[in-house]
Structures are given as C-alpha cells and as structure tokens.
Design a protein around this ligand. Structure first.
Ligand code: CA
Ligand code: CA
Ligand code: CA
Length: 274
C-alpha cells in the first residue's frame, strides 16, 4: 500500500468512526457502566461509594431544580439512582420513574417492547408500578397498561446520609433495580427518566427538555413523552465504544502497524543499498 493510499484509508476510517458515534445519540446518550458492586435498593446513599462506580448525569430545569442520575449494571440487572438534590419536601405524591424502549425504535406511542417503572413515594406498602406499552390510543399516556414483573425493585426515600450532592438536608432519592431479562440483549435501549416534586410543582427529566408532562396528582404514566423523544443508554461491555466502532479501531491499529513496518523496511533497504 502506498503512503497516499494508506493515508486515505486511515482518514476514511476516522470519518466512519465519528459518524457511527454521532448516530447513536440523536436525543442524547449515556452509559450504564459495569460494576460487580450491587447497590442496596433503599432510596439513599447506603455507603459513600455506593454509586461512585456508575455513570453520572446532571439534571436541571428552568426553575433551578437539580438532580443527578447514575446508572450501572452487572449483566444481570441495571441499577439506577435518581437523586433529586433540591426536592426538600417529603410529599406523598412525589414520583420518580424510568422508561426503556427495548428495541430503541422510538415512535409516537409506547409499544409492547416499551416499559415504564415508576414509584409514587408515599405509597404503602412501597412498590414499583410497572407498565408496558400497548401501541393504541391518541396520546402516549393512553398507551400504557399495568403489568406485573417479578424481581423488579425500587424504593423512594428522604435522606442526606453519605450524599455527595446534598449532604446536609434531607431530600428525595429514588433507586431502581431492573433485571436485564426484561430488556433483552442489546447494545443500547431507548431511555427516559423523570422525577416530580409535588410541593414545588416541578419536574426533572432526562433527556433535558424531552417534553415530559406532569401536573399534580396525575398518574405516573401521564409523564413520559413519545418514545421518539427519549434518549439512549448503552450497556455493552466496552463502555467507551459501540462494537462496530471497536472493530474499526482494530483495523486502524493494524494499518498503523503495517505503515510502521513498511517504513522500517524502506529504511533498512536504503541502509543496505549504501
Ligand atoms: Ca442505596
Ligand atoms: Ca417533594
Ligand atoms: Ca419501542
């Protein structure tokens, strides 16, 4: 391969890699980092490092409410922390939820591959309400049906213990544990998260500005916007790259080795010729 051809090849690889990376994050993307440390689902920072090995995303809205989203997995379950650092009121009707689009195929209405896992903070006994898309109705809120899935765990609490974001005032925190068996094997899923504070009548969501809809006393399934507005979460085993990008990087590295070898051979031949 001539030096010119090699350069063209390398530049092409780089262009393909950048386009692949961009295509994954139309509405925004985040990663579920692998960790073998399983969190305790009790709605608080059980230890100071319980979530420090998870990915971290800051949430905010137009009235200066802030929160933090952390996501990790252990191949068996996905774990989610939703730390609403500025919700200082322990309202019965505070709610938090996460949505997954298994096939990441978007659409206006939730379909049967789409799930909503939600918690109403004051509900007794504490439980996670699970809904599955039906694909029918006029609005997204019409297209959710309650289902029962075992081994899904979630808890809302009101705490500041060990909390790196708000360590002195109690506030709303939600934790979820969702078995991967319900989400199937995929590199990425559609993903949407929300937390609503009853007292201040405001909500946080991810992706920021996705268009979630909440008014006080409305049910959980009123909140999520159309799946086409959700972002994406990636949980593959090479956190930094999608698999096809990784394959391209290997080709790139191989080409670089070939180029160096070619240059060494040329220098060696030149030395012999003298
Ligand atoms: Ca915990
Ligand atoms: Ca509240
Ligand atoms: Ca879907």
């Amino acid at each position: 391969m001539s030096r010119f051809a090699s350069t063209v090849f390398l530049v092409s690889c780089l262009l393909i890699i950048s386009s692949v990376a961009h295509a994954l994050v139309v509405n925004g993307g985040l990663q579920a980092l692998f960790s073998s440390d399983i969190p305790t689902i009790d709605g608080q920072w059980t230890t100071a490092n319980e979530w420090t090995d998870a990915s971290e995303t800051r949430l905010e809205n137009t009235v200066n409410m802030t929160g933090y989203l952390r996501v990790k997995h252990n191949f068996t379950c996905i774990f989610i922390l939703l730390d609403f650092a500025t919700d200082y009121t322990r309202s019965t009707y505070d709610i938090g939820g996460v949505c997954f689009d298994r096939l990441d195929n978007g659409g206006v209405l939730p379909q049967s591959d789409d799930y909503l896992f939600g918690i109403q903070a004051g509900q007794t006994p504490a439980q996670v309400d699970v809904f599955q898309g039906t694909g029918t109705g006029q609005y997204p809120r019409d297209a959710w049906a309650r289902v029962s899935l075992v081994d899904v765990e979630g808890k809302a609490n009101y705490s500041h213990v060990n909390d790196p974001y708000e360590g002195s005032i109690d506030h709303r925190i939600y934790e979820f544990q969702i078995p991967c068996k319900y989400l199937g094997a995929a590199e990425d899923y559609g993903f949407y998260v929300f937390a609503c504070d009853y007292h201040s009548n405001s909500m946080l969501e991810w992706p920021l500005g996705a268009g979630g809809n909440w008014t006080r006393m409305q049910p959980l399934f009123n909140v999520p916007p159309s799946p086409q507005n959700w972002g994406a979460v990636t949980d593959n085993f090479i956190p930094e790259f999608p698999l096809n990008t990784f394959a391209l990087l290997i080709v790139l590295a191989f080409s670089a080795v070939m180029l160096i070898g070619e240059e060494k051979l040329r220098l060696s031949l030149r030395a012999h010729a003298r």
